[in-house]
Design a binder for this molecule. Structure first.
Ligand code: HEM
Length: 431
């Protein structure tokens, strides 16, 4: 199973091709079930969701994220979800559109006409800045950035092998373990400081930033109380962690397909020219940037940033003719599901039309488990899609990117699916 560390998607695809929709293997003492069929994934994530909790990766992530929305369980998770939900309401999220466009424009100032540039770090940095600013407002820009960087550093520590060996690894003096531990201390101290300062001076942030909403949230459907500072910290770190690398890589894959398919790029440019007529986009433009939205969905179908979703069975669970025993880990690689010919005709063909008109309307929600499902479905879907569309629109109204023939773009499944050696392109100003 060494392949699972080096090339999880390739290894799992191979197993699925040989053994079918449910594959079982052991990883040391751990029993693992890989499920790739969409309706069976739905059973795990939606229909029988109470019989599963989060899987091994999230258990490990608790070291960084504490008891935030991604890692908490049961009634506590539901209470937190109720309190956070209003912060992700469509109208609230639209207010962050300005930050998204501003950060995209700032990124554009670093691009040179005809220059060769790895734009993957640009997109990841941009997504980190957007979510940090949306969370902490503009007045703590420096702290927000430092916290974001430390979260990115801590997140980079995790991969399949690290998760499996975590208890042992944490006792070693390896430089990467020391860096990881230092990042965690920095994160805790800096976030606690920002929260304490904000409690003392609630006006200190931007208007309606996410932190203000978290601090003011009350569980009105439950006991009416709010969150402790520690809980606010866990939720803030969770939002940064869940919100930046996934979205940054989603945008990276959209640039990649735009560069590969000239007819898609032409339609994208036509839409931008028609809707924007040369001005920067705003959140109000989103409903008219339908083709841009569709190409983002289609890029993420083929290259889903959250490439695998995990659970652990709480009780024995009959799924698809098998019984998944209590305690077993369940891995659902959406990368494979999204390429299933039973769901998508000619699945390897890139075609944004799949997400427009009748084709999109006729497809059940669970056929595209990119954002998960059930009570644990991504709370940031609206945020992520608005960001991807506005960033592509702002940069795409002025720039096009061309792949460098000497540079192969290779997907690599780590915490999220990213271009392994970056995304080296020639940036060109559009006429
Ligand atoms: C393209 C971008 C994104 C993708 C593909 C994505 C994907 C996902 C997936 C698959 C889950 C479910 C995980 C599970 O069930 O185990 C999830 C949960 C979550 N996501 Fe996202 N996400 C994205 C962007 C964002 C953004 C921008 C934010 C916040 C600003 C965010 C915040 C969260 C949170 C807080 C959860 C936990 C929800 C819960 O358990 O109640 N995500 N995301």
């Amino acid at each position: 199973m060494v392949g699972l560390h080096h090339d999880p998607v390739g290894t799992l695809s191979g197993l699925t091709e040989r053994y079918g929709d449910i594959v079982h293997f052991r990883l040391g003492p751990q029993r693992v079930y890989v499920i790739t069929r969409a309706d069976l994934i739905r059973q795990v994530l939606v229909t029988n969701q109470k019989s599963f909790k989060k899987g091994p990766g999230f258990e490990a992530a608790r070291i960084v994220l504490g008891n935030g929305l991604l890692t908490s369980e049961g009634d506590f998770h539901l209470r937190q979800r109720r309190m956070l939900q209003p912060a992700f309401h469509r109208r609230r999220v639209a207010a962050y559109g300005e930050i998204m466009v501003e950060e995209a424009a700032n990124t554009g100032t670093m691009w040179r006409d005809g220059g060769l540039r790895d734009i993957a770090p640009d997109m990841n940095e941009l997504a980190l800045r957007v979510v940090s600013r949306a969370l902490f407002g503009t007045q703590v820009d420096r702290e927000a950035h430092a916290i974001g960087q430390a979260v990115a550093e801590a997140g980079a520590f995790f991969d399949y092998l690290t998760v499996a060996l975590l208890p042992v690894l944490l006792r070693t003096p390896l430089p990467r373990v020391r860096r990881f531990k230092r990042a965690i201390v920095e994160i805790e101290q800096a976030t606690t400081q920002v929260i304490e300062a904000r409690r003392l001076d609630p006006e200190a942030g931007g208007e309606d930033d996410l932190l203000a909403i978290l601090l003011a949230a009350r569980d009105t459907e439950g006991d009416g109380t709010g969150m402790t500072d520690e809980q606010v910290r866990d939720e803030a770190l969770t939002i940064i962690t869940a919100g930046h690398e996934t979205t940054g890589n989603g945008i990276n894959w959209a640039w990649y397909v735009l560069a590969r398919y000239p007819e898609v790029e032409q339609r994208f440019h036509r839409e931008l020219d028609e809707v924007l007529d040369g001005r920067p986009p705003t959140a109000e433009d989103y409903p008219r940037l339908r083709y841009t939205e569709a190409l983002v969905y289609e890029a993420m179908r083929l290259y889903p940033p959250a490439w695998g979703i995990e659970r652990r069975a709480v009780t024995d669970q009959p799924i698809g003719g098998y019984v998944i025993p209590a305690g077993a880990a369940v891995l659902m690689p959406t990368t494979i599901t999204n390429r299933d010919p039973r769901l998508y005709n000619d699945p390897l063909r890139f075609d944004p039309e799949r997400f427009l008109g009748e084709q999109a309307a006729g497809r059940p929600d669970w056929a595209y488990p990119l954002f998960g499902g059930g009570t644990r479905k991504c709370i940031g879907v609206g945020f992520a899609m608005l960001e991807a569309v506005l960033v592509l629109a702002e940069l795409g109204r002025r720039w096009r990117v061309r792949l460098d023939p000497a540079h192969a773009v290779v997907p690599q499944a780590r915490v999220s699916l990213r271009p392994r050696d970056g995304l080296l392109v020639r940036t060109e100003l559009r006429a």
